[in-house]
Design a protein around this ligand. Sequence first.
Ligand code: PGA
Length: 251
Amino acid sequence: MRRPLIAGNWKLFKTTAETVAFIREFTPLVKEATTVEIVIAPVFTSLVPAAQALEGTAVRLAAQDCYWESEGAFTGEVSPPLLRDAGCSHVIIGHSERRQYFGETDATVNRKVRAAIASGLTVLFCVGETLAEREEGRTFDVLKGQLAGGLADISVADMKHLVVAYEPVWAIGTGKTATDQQAQEAHAFIRATLAELCSADTAAATRILYGGSVKPDNVKGLMSQPDIDGALVGGASLKPDSFAAIVNFGG
Ligand code: PGA
């Protein structure tokens, strides 16, 4: 059984005070959602206060990126062991905004994924095609390349600590969600590719989240698809009531 996972990616939003205020308001709203794994990803500077505010709740903490070395002369970077030290259990790697604006490649994503898993973090590994790639009919090729590149040298045992997030770039922050069918088709392809790259058992056990304009009013349809195991939510995760409504999709 794949446990549903709903993660909020806050990107470059919220001060420390706003983060703590969100947590105080949000956690009581999702107390009943015990079957869902809930994760929030604030900015680096809010991770420690967020971890303190989350103590005693079931909500887990993620960072939005990490470096692959543990320590050294790497100005500006944050490593997986330091994320663990800050109270993170999860980390987002390979988000399309990192690929698009910060020069991340499948090779750097792969190094980060391996380092994060080695440090005991669970990775939310993002893949997804651009609008141009979809219109050229290259969606599956792009996804396959990102999966093969990003997951190179990841063992079957490591895959237990990895969640895939399918995020079509054209649906992120645009209000344009993939239809339930478009998302399901991509998720089924990703699962089939995981079976090829890893094993059938790994593919069946790995959770695949959908991301891209997930809102309270479209989450139910997406979650009813057989290969959609959760959501990675940007904009709609910034307000306690809308994120709670997404987490509580089952009623
Ligand atoms: P969005 O962002 O929900 O605002 O489209 C999703 C994401 O980038 O993870």
